[in-house]
Ligand binder design. Structure first.
Ligand code: NAD
Length: 294
């Protein structure tokens, strides 16, 4: 049993923290928004009202926050993790942030002798609820060995991928692939519709062949029902594609198809759809094909 301070209890953090409780850990949870703090007791999570209160007495601090500025503020800000963390306690950030931010917070905490991992996840809300997330871990392998049993309450696949920041690099690659799968699913759907083919039936067989993907398995029902409740908000995917763009630019890596799909994602954010699930990419494909017919 590990005493865990968990900060960030949104779509992902809340079920992840609940799975930690179910695995026998003692979890104190904090999130900035009051709505995220509501109902925690029903899940066995002790609700606290500040970062410092979540961190006090914790052997391990976990964060699951939206973006790099959030993680930097929560860790390095006044009354943040760095100021309050117990001697010898560990810190694992599971948010998707830039590799630079991951290295920055790792360096600052390591100066004080803390073990730090960046451990972003893939698998979406369903994976968080099921405790089957893929977790890509950067930092010292020995630190992962120490905390692996905690991570295994949340993830089915936990892989050490390199030094600090490497987990975020791998997550960025994951995000460009997810965007690609979603866009191609959208294009397959408008193609099939125009051919007057039953889309659900078609995708049920495609899903089992080489064209299959976790994106189809997880997203197709919502897409076909035009239910774009997030899930994974488009604005978060927009953030992730910015991380990909900036990292690629630093090494001079050309990613032309990623750049194109990033523009579709930008377009959804610009027209005010950033709060929808990223599977809403299909709406752009539909609009581009009004009038298409067999
Ligand atoms: P979310 O917006 O639903 O939840 C974020 C939580 O952080 C909320 O509880 C919010 O109150 C809290 N928060 C924000 N700023 C804070 C601050 N300064 N101090 C304390 N709490 C703060 O986001 P999410 O969908 O759970 O995503 C979290 C992270 O996980 C993001 O980096 C996202 O890119 C990544 N991610 C999301 C999914 C998904 O399917 N939703 C999948 C994989 C990875």
């Amino acid at each position: 049993m590990t005493v865990i301070g968990f900060i960030g209890l949104g779509v992902m953090g809340r079920p992840m923290a609940a799975n930690l409780v179910n695995a026998g850990h003692d979890v104190r949870g904090y999130a900035r928004s009051e709505s995220a703090r509501a109902g925690l007791a029903d899940l066995g999570i002790t609700a606290v009202d500040s970062v410092a209160a979540a961190v006090a007495g914790a052997e391990l601090v976990l964060t699951m926050l939206p973006d790099s500025p959030d993680v930097e503020a929560v860790v390095l800000g006044d009354d943040g993790v760095l100021a309050s963390i117990e001697p010898g306690a560990g810190y694992i950030d599971m948010s998707t942030i830039t590799p630079e931010s991951a290295r920055l917070v790792a360096d600052r905490l390591r100066e004080k002798g803390h073990a730090v991992l960046d451990a972003p996840v893939s698998g979406g809300e369903a994976g968080a609820q099921e405790g089957t997330l893929s977790i890509m871990v950067g930092g010292n392998a020995a630190d992962l060995d120490r905390w692996r049993n905690v991570l295994s309450a949340m993830g089915g696949t936990i892989v050490h991928v390199g030094d600090s920041g490497s987990g975020q690099v791998v997550k960025a690659a994951n995000q460009l692939m997810v965007a690609g799968h979603l866009q191609m699913l959208a294009e397959a759907i408008v193609f099939l519709e125009a051919q007057k083919t039953d889309v659900g039936t078609a995708l049920s067989v495609i899903a089992k062949g080489l064209g299959g993907s976790t994106v189809i398995d997880r997203k197709v029902n919502g897409v076909l029902a035009e239910n774009f409740r997030p899930g994974f908000r488009i604005e978060l995917h927009h953030k992730d594609l910015g991380i990909v763009r900036d990292a690629a630019r630093k090494t001079g890596t050309a990613l032309p198809v990623t750049a194109l799909i990033s523009q579709f994602v930008q377009s959804l954010v610009t027209r005010g759809d950033g709060g929808l699930d990223h599977s809403a990419l299909v709406t752009l494909a539909r609009e581009a094909n009004v009038g298409a017919r067999a």
